[in-house]
Design a protein. Structure first.
Length: 297
């Protein structure tokens, strides 16, 4: 297929490009500036100029290809709900351009958007409360277009990592450096799902090739890594003390990250593995955090 990929020059997008090309697909990558365009050209990817502030440019890219993978998102958490609204506008523009075509479209969502305090599965709809509600509404939009002639699907991502980045844990590392302590909330039992970036890229490719309309797929290698284990790995890596803080202290310590830091969100990928024939093989989150080459050291 010729695949339109948003977020193509990013951490996850770069891995998706490599995976798609390795399996014979062509990629048309969205680039909003010359720097990103040059990066894509160096990777052997055709460039489509556009911007998230111009939904029509994304719609044109989607319409020009055999399938679309939407990885782009504005990661400015001080404007989280505003950026969710921007994302939904772009998703709707692309889906409208694909309506009735039967072409695949993959939305990127997150496992932290599912209901907390139990292991979420692919059968669970999006959360309608708290931090998950905004992106959950975008999932519902995609599910609607799955009934309107688009092979629309959802890939939910956990904390995606290698030795360069580690999802929201990267922000926690920055906080630990600033505060001089690697902290967790309460007993640190809250769990985040995780997956290596190369395993995640395989889920996108397999969903593109054989995923079904309306399906949710979980690109999860580890169903739940405790926040205490994460904090201890960060403390060890940075040679910083590790400490528990109270829920009341969390906003002052973590900033925007506080809305996720105590969210217990273990997530299963059993059905994804069965339905796509996918098996995660990459290293675990703590293993990457403790790797001597980890970039945030």
């Amino acid at each position: 297929m010729r695949v339109f990929l948003t977020g193509a020059s990013g951490f996850i997008g770069s891995a998706v490009i490599a995976e798609l090309k390795a399996h014979g697909h062509e990629v048309l990558g969205l680039a909003r500036n010359d720097e990103n365009a040059a990066k894509l050209q160096a990777a052997g990817v055709a460039v489509h100029r556009g911007d998230l502030s111009q939904p029509e440019t994304l719609a044109a890219g989607a319409a020009a290809c055999d399938g679309t993978i939407h990885c782009a998102f504005i990661h400015d958490f001080s404007k989280f709900m505003e950026n969710i609204a921007i994302d939904r506008t772009n998703v709707e523009a692309m889906l409208k351009a694909l309506e009735g075509s039967g072409k695949p479209f993959i939305l990127t969502s997150g496992t932290l958007m599912a209901d907390p305090d139990r292991e979420a599965t692919e059968e669970d709809g999006p959360s309608t409360e708290g931090a998950g509600a905004g992106r959950g509404a975008t999932e519902l939009l995609v599910e609607d277009y799955a009934k309107r002639g688009v092979r629309a699907m959802i890939v939910r991502l956990p904390q995606v990592h290698d030795t360069q980045k580690a999802g929201l844990v990267t922000y926690a590392i920055d906080v630990a450096k600033e505060k001089g302590v690697s902290a967790y909330i309460g007993d640190g039992s809250a769990r985040w799902a995780a997956a290596h970036v190369d395993d995640v890229a395989k889920v996108y490719r397999l969903a593109l090739e054989k995923g079904v309309a309306g399906a949710r797929y979980h690109a999860v290698g580890e169903s739940g890594v405790s926040m205490r284990d994460v904090a201890e790995a960060v403390g060890k890596r940075l040679n910083l003390p590790v400490a528990s803080i109270t829920l009341e202290e969390a906003p002052a310590h973590f900033g925007f990250l506080a809305m996720f830091a105590n969210r217990d969100a273990p997530t299963s990928s059993r059905l994804t593995q069965q339905r796509l024939g996918w098996r995660p093989t990459g290293p675990g989150l703590v293993e990457d955090l403790e790797h001597p080459e980890f970039a945030e050291a």
